[in-house]
Design a protein around this ligand. Structure first.
Ligand code: NAD
Length: 332
């Protein structure tokens, strides 16, 4: 039976990077059938809705989605459709690996760390947003159940991958209720995994430690906002957002995307690095059980970068998205 996938091409640089990734799938002779659906600004323009029922139905049916970034207005306007999708499908795990590829010009080499971000709660709960004149409020929601399942995921994944250490990042010294509960639950869960070292770290110190000595980290697990920020920081250790893929995982539905956004500053210029979405595509294939094909993508991207064959500007090259894509396709 042909596997059906949902594809949201997204905004800004999204469509060009998603198209590049679909070309890679085609070259690998993965005969997927695609439901191309919209979300966010494009969906609103076409259907008068930010998240049409057809989009939600397609994801609910196919259970796997490849997604480009979606633009969210800053400071005002509609709620992020990224956050909405994660909450609607209860995609509570945001898995964001930061892996050094040989040949990437960066301050560091041999980085290999994974940020596991709680994806549905915290300050991104969207609850209690109030603006009254010069007074604004937002509610942060942390639950035992939400904390337990994400910390357990981090430890289970670490055990499966043979990783040795999980750093629980929090701000329980100040945010005593929310971050306090997260840390309390994390300690309880960690006690059930004596084979894996658990380290606690306050988020501000973690930022400094990540820059000073990133090699001390293996797996980081943290709440929504901290995970969002730390994973961009981690991407900066391995060559930038062009090298950073991500997965949003729930019980039986998963959405794969880049860590980055729609990058309006470079949209339409054919200069974005497609590795982020290609590597997210590889994560998706791995999740679906296509291990050989996933490995082929990662190996091809690695080789293009290592040989500096038609690499994009962010990697120190002079070539465009389409040239980079061609170099990857030639290796498959
Ligand atoms: P961004 O992640 O889009 O871009 C940050 C910087 O990284 C920019 O300088 C950009 O040019 C660069 N960059 C990003 N991807 C790149 C790539 N593949 N190759 C080379 N350079 C790359 O962040 P932003 O500009 O703050 O956000 C733009 C929009 O994206 C906002 O509306 C934001 O809400 C949205 N956003 C969406 C997602 C998502 O869909 N998951 C994630 C983050 C931000």
């Amino acid at each position: 039976m042909t596997q059906r996938l949902t594809v949201i091409k997204g905004d800004g640089i999204g469509p060009s990077l998603v198209d590049a990734t679909l070309k890679v799938f085609e070259k690998l002779k993965l005969n997927f059938q695609y439901d191309f659906v919209e979300a966010g600004i494009e969906a609103h323009a076409k259907h008068g809705e930010l998240l049409p029922a057809s989009t939600l139905n397609s994801i609910a049916t196919n259970k796997i989605c490849l997604k480009g970034p979606l633009t969210t207005p800053v400071g005002e306007g509609f709620k992020s459709m990224n956050v909405t999708l994660r909450q609607k499908f209860d995609l509570y795990v945001n898995l964001r690996p930061a892996l050094s590829f040989p040949g990437v010009v960066s301050r560091y080499e041999n980085i290999d760390l994974i940020t596991i971000r709680e994806n549905t709660e915290g300050l991104y709960s969207g609850e209690g947003q109030i603006v009254e004149g010069d007074h604004a409020e937002a509610k942060s929601v942390v639950t035992r159940q939400g904390s337990e399942r994400i910390v357990r995921y981090a430890f289970e994944m670490s055990r499966k991958l043979g990783r040795k250490k999980v750093t629980v990042v929090h701000k329980a010294n100040i945010l005593k209720s929310t971050s306090g509960l997260f840390l309390k639950v994390a300690r309880e869960v960690a006690a059930q995994y004596p084979d894996i070292q658990m380290q606690e770290m306050i988020v501000d110190n973690c930022c400094m430690q990540l820059v000073m000595n990133p090699y001390q980290f293996d797996v980081i697990v943290t709440t929504n906002l901290f995970g969002d920020i730390l994973s961009d920081l981690a991407a900066g250790l391995v060559g930038g957002l062009g090298m950073a893929p991500a997965a949003n995982i729930g019980k039986d539905i998963a959405i794969f995307e880049a860590v980055h956004g729609s990058a309006p500053d470079i949209a339409g210029k054919n200069i974005a690095n497609p590795s982020s979405v290609m590597l997210a595509g590889a994560m998706m294939l791995e999740h679906m059980g296509y291990l050989k094909e996933a490995n082929k993508i990662t190996t091809a991207v690695k080789d293009v970068i290592n040989k500096k064959d038609r690499i994009t500007k962010d990697l120190g090259g002079t070539y465009g998205t389409t040239d980079f894509t061609q170099a990857v396709l030639e290796r498959l």
